[in-house]
Write a protein that binds this ligand. Sequence first.
Ligand code: NDP
Length: 424
Amino acid sequence: MARALIIGCGAVATVAIKKCCTCSEVFSEICIASRHRENCEKLAQELRPNTKTVITTAAVDADKAENVSKLIKEYKPDLVMNIALPYQDLAIMDACLECGVNYMDTANYEPENIDDPEWRKVYDKRCKEQGFSAYFDYSWQWAYKEKFEKAGLTALLGSGFDPGVSQAYCAYALKHQFDTIEEIDILDCNGGDHGYKFATNFNPEINLREVSAPGSYWDTDENGKGHWVEIPAMSIKREYVFDEVGKKDMYLLHHEEIESLAQNIPGVKRIRFFMTFGQSYLDHMRCLEDVGMLSTQPIKFQGQEIVPIQFLKALLPDPASLGPRTVGKTNIGCIFKGTKDGKPKTYYLYNVCDHQECYKELGSQAIAYTTGVPAMCGAMMVLTGKWNKPGVHTVEEFDPDPFMEALTKYGLPWKENFNPVLVD
Ligand code: NDP
C-alpha cells in the first residue's frame, strides 16, 4: 500500500501508469502530474472505472524544484516517479531531498539549454577529462549521492529498458552465469515499421539529440586501464540477425549505462552499445541536421523566437500515436563474454516484444511499453522495500532477481542463448 507521485503523462508514463493501475495492492494511490493537467485527467478518467488505485491529477511545471516541493508537500507520496524529461531530473531530485521522499527516473540528466555558460564550463572539463562528448552523463546526479545517503533516501536512476533492464541483465549474468565478465555488447533492435518515412519512437528532441551525437564505447588498454573511445556519429556499422526479427543494420552509439557499468561490473574490459536504424531514418536525420533543424539554439522567425528542434517536434508524428500503425517486434538485450569455472563462456540475454501485442494490451507501441513496464517495476522494487539502498544508484547495483521476476509478470519475459553469434 503506497502512494506514488508520477510526473509526466507522455508515451512512456502512460504505459507505466496503466501498469501501476493493474497492481493496486502496491500502487494504492497515484497522482499524475504534468504542465498540462488536462492530459493527466483524460488518462485518469479512462482508468478510474477499471482500477482500485485511487487516481488524482495535478498541474506542475517540474522545471522548478519549488513547484515540485509544493506538490509533494500537498500529496505526501512515498516515491516520486520522474517520467517527464531528463531536463527535470535535478529539480525533482532537489524537491525529493527537501521533502524527504524517494526518487526514480528513466533517463539521466541533460540540460535543455546546452549553451548555458555555467553548464558549458563543467561539460567542457568533462569532455577533456573523460573523453566522451555526449550532452548527458551521470556526474550531475551522482553528485547527489552523499545528500541522499545522509537523508536515508533511495534514488533509482534510469529504470527503463536501456538504461534499466540492460543493467539488470548485466547484474543477472554476473550473479548467475559468470565469475567474470570481460565484454558486454548491448544490442537494441527495433524491427517495427510504423509506415511513416520519418518518425521517432519516443520524445523526438531527446531521441534525435542522442542519435546525432558522436558514438563512444568503453575499452581497456594493454596496462588494464579503462577509457572511452569516441568515434564520429554512425561510423561503426554492423549487421546482425536478431531472433524473431531478422537481419538488421546496427550502429555504435554512446549510451548512458556504459558509464555506470564500467564502474560497477568488476574487471569488465569493453562495453559497446548498438542500435538498429533503417536507411530512411538515417537519410532524414542527416538532412535535418545539415539544414539546422536539430538545433536547440533559439532563432527569430517572423518576429517570434522558435527553437528549431521543438518546431520539428510539432511537425513530426506524436510517438504516442504510433501504436495502431506499428507492426513488427523489438529485440533488446546483452551479449556477454567472460569466464565461468575457469572456462571461457558467452551468453545472450534478451527480450522480444511485439508492437501489435503491446497495442492490443495497452494502446501503446513497444518502445513506450518496453520503457514504461520497467519504470513501473523499478518503482515497485523501491516501494516494496526490495530495492532500498540510501544514495543514488543505477539498476545494476540492486538484486536483479525480484526485478526480473516482476518484468516477466508484467509483460517483459527474457530469453537466453548460450551460444550466441558475437559482434565483431
Ligand atoms: P513524451 O514527450 O511523450 O512525454 C514527456 C512528458 O513529460 C509529457 O507528459 C510532458 O507533459 C511532461 N513534461 C515535459 N516537461 C515537463 C515539465 N517541465 N514539468 C512537468 N512535466 C513535463 O516523452 P516520452 O514518454 O517518450 O519519454 C519520457 C522519458 O522516458 C524521457 O525522459 C525519455 O528520455 C525516457 N526514455 C527512456 C528510455 C529507456 O529505455 N530508459 C527509452 C525511451 C524514453 P506536459 O507537456 O503536460 O508538461
